[in-house]
Write a protein that binds this ligand. Sequence first.
Ligand code: FAD
Ligand code: NAG
Ligand code: NAG
Length: 501
Amino acid sequence: MARSVRRVFTYVSIFVLIIILKRQLSSTDQMSLKQPVVVVGSGLAGLTTSNHLISKYKIPVVLLDKAASIGGNSIKASSGINGAHTGTQQNLKIMDTSELFLEDTIHSAKGRGVPSLMGKLTKESKGAIKWLQTEFGLKLDLLAQLGGHSVPRTHRSSGKLPPGFEIVQALSKRLKDISSQNSKLMKIMLNSEVVDIELDNDGHITGVLYLDENGSRQILKSRNVVFCSGGFGFSKEMLGEYSPNLVHLPTTNGKQTTGDGQKILSRLGAELIDMDQVQVHPTGFIDPDDRKNTWKFLAAEALRGLGGILLHPITGRRFTNELNTRDAVTLEIQSKCPKNDNRALLILSDKVYENYTNNINFYMSKNLIKKVTIKDLVKNYDLQTTTSELVDELKGYSDVNTKDRFDRPLIVNTFGRDISPETTVYIGEITPVVHFTMGGVKINENSQVIRKNSQSVLSNGLFAAGEVSGGVHGANRLGGSSLLECVVFGKTAADNIAKLY
Ligand SMILES: Cc1cc2nc3c(=O)[nH]c(=O)nc-3n(C[C@H](O)[C@H](O)[C@H](O)COP(=O)(O)OP(=O)(O)OC[C@H]3O[C@@H](n4cnc5c(N)ncnc54)[C@H](O)[C@@H]3O)c2cc1C
Ligand SMILES: *[C@@H]1O[C@H](CO)[C@@H](O)[C@H](O)[C@H]1NC(C)=O
Ligand SMILES: *[C@@H]1O[C@H](CO)[C@@H](O)[C@H](O)[C@H]1NC(C)=O
């Protein structure tokens, strides 16, 4: 009798215990559901962070963007994303290592920036490409060699979509699908502008303040915030403060690129680094029908990487190694081309067209690239040279066996030795443009925001990833390393939030 009472008692206690445990579990569940991670900005950094938090850790996310659509500047990226020692490189028999990529990055950074962040960027580049390929089915099966790179390592996919668009589309589709199934796990709020974060007396984040679509101030309760709000290349005010000599240049950046994250975080005590390091991209397209427009389409660096060359707009002669780093090519255009309009010609063979058809068709549809015979080029562009001199100049960029006279490291898709005045080429006019801000909020290797004049973090749950952060590129970013930075540091932010959560 006593035994069976004891047994019943044991069963009852186990039952009660299970109920208590279940309650506790569901209350922590609810707790975490009440406190989603807030991700500010829906460019590639924000999309990566959100996807990794949700898919790997099932941590709920609210993604805010002040714009009416997803993608920031990331959606415009046209050359691709870097990776060293990747499967694609192996398939195409390109020998590369993360050490070589790091060397190129440090060389380009000219002593600025934070070497440990560059080490992380390059070391995790292979994993970043693999993540995009396996998680999202992106091919990323083609390569280009951009300026300052020792080998081809900038990945894009064969097919119709430009890389930024393709990647943003895949990552945002996943989030939209999840949010339509479970709005507690994933919520996307557009037209919502973050203006501040709220901290308690101990410096812990308690919430995010934002203006909703009607301009009303709202608060979202949260303990973890990731700023992925992009650069400040569109803000004349911030350029005026940090890089006044660039205020008069046109830009490729969208109008949302106004450094909101840098401003909010520095007000809270974050360290800013390399803010005066602004990348001027040598090739923004001049629209012949709208020359003065201060916003310009980018002439992707891949155009040069795949074989395009630059000509002086009056003499019709080459004047530089087109595959030098962006700062160097820009300086050459500014010092050697006419000062009044800072203009050069970008000229492509039909082989470049074959390797980059969809993009070039797009530029042609916008009237930014034209297909002309060499003879008509001389006539229509007012070159002070003869057709046969121009033919000779183009032939000069064609012999793979001799050293290029400007030490260009890669000679591909040349015009060939058989060209004549009747040969057709592709031509656009370009000028240097404000493109990317290397500086930003200083972060550590966990993507956490660093406090001013110290090594410590500003607040445990405060992260930044992507162009809003600084230190990853030093004085000059290599083409393709910015999309990479978004993936590497976005994933890192998510991994570290999971540890705190
Ligand atoms: C034309 C062009 C071509 C490029 N091509 C390449 C390339 O081929 N390869 C490469 O690596 N890099 C390229 N870059 C650079 C690269 O695209 C960007 O630097 C990178 O995508 C930045 O990503 P991000 O996520 O940090 O910011 P973004 O993609 O700019 O996204 C930031 C988002 O934050 C939002 N936001 C800003 N402030 C707030 C706020 N207060 N509240 C809420 N939301 C806010 C913005 O609306 C925006 O949607 C290119 C850039 C341009 C402009
Ligand atoms: C903004 O105002 C409109 C019209 O009054 C309303 O329908 C909408 O819900 C408001 N949005 C928010 C976020 O409150
Ligand atoms: C250009 O395209 C051709 C044909 O598809 C291919 O063989 C070649 O490797 C490509 N070259 C570059 C530099 O991408």
